[in-house]
Design a protein around this ligand. Sequence first.
Ligand SMILES: [Ca+2]
Ligand SMILES: [Ca+2]
Length: 387
Amino acid sequence: MRPAHWISFALMCLLPGAAVAANPGHAEAPTVAAATVFKIKTVATLNYPWAMVFLPDGRLLVTQKSGELRVVDTQGVVSDPIPGLPAVSFNGQTGLLDVALHPKFAENRLVYLSYAEPGPRNTSGLAVGRGRFVNGVIKNFEVIFRDGDKVGEWQGHMAGRLVFGLDGVLYVSSGERQMGAPAQSMTTIRGKVLRLTPAGRPVKSNPFLNGDAATDSLWTLGHRNPLGMALDPAGRLWLHENGPQGGDELNLVTRGANYGWPVVSNGANYGDGPGVDTIPDHDTHPEFAAPHVWWNPSVAPSGLMFYTGAMFPAFNGNAFLGSLAGSALIRVTVEGEVATESVRYDMGTRIREVEQGPDGAIWVMEDSGSGRLMRLTPRRSAVSTGQ
Ligand SMILES: [Ca+2]
Ligand SMILES: [Ca+2]
């Protein structure tokens, strides 16, 4: 166990109501009912919403996995599907995925989308494209990057989160398509974070440039299914990724690093019974970047946001993760390079996505065919407790 984890473990044991997980390497945070901390308002209901981004005018763009992009206005009115989108391959885990705005959206109106691009014979591959959002329509949509090697058998673990760095380049999280080994291969984008120019080309300062289109795009490797990625207030890039049986991770993304999958995981492989762990833990292979927080059992994180708003001053700089398996919103404190799960807010349902609103409210999306878009504001009595 790393020193930071010993410290957080010891601190957690001092907290009333703290529960200790079966894995001695990680202390499970206390759980509180979200309704005791947050006033929760359902703003709209959507069919399997996957991602959201706020427009400068305060409205939201939201994706639905089945392939629609919609606007939700400040009154909660949901628009018809926005015309101009590409065809997507929609199945259980993938379809239309993330949406992001160009850093100069106010000037150029460029909206970026990630999605499962259909290939021949029911195959699909991660693609990223962009178009201009003008008068309620996406105009001149163009694919700027794609996985040319489409996959048929394994349709899951595509990930596809999009984040613009403070340096103006586009980071893309790319899952390993349930195949494990590609995450360590330098000739495929699977199981990687990609670093691209806004036009979709490899950045000239990328770490593995060798003239191969896939290799040139790589920034980090050894990832499994990174369904959340975000910048912290200092501009550092973090991601979380779903582990196998346990071993979900929160990682600080640094140039050229290898995060170990599928060689190591603090979880166990599928098929490992109780007390059996056939995949070595991270501490056996220090050459791989170790997670800053990990979860046993799995919480299945999705969506990531660092809070910087004025509505919850006590949360400043904290990370918020949606949890699918845990039906929770998870808060993680980050001090320098030490991250510690602080509280689990029980939402009573699977949480797919989390964002901060322009006024500092916390917005979450439920993973459901009638998925609620919810706005969380403080309950006065709860905020003073720091929960
Ligand atoms: Ca790892
Ligand atoms: Ca393990």
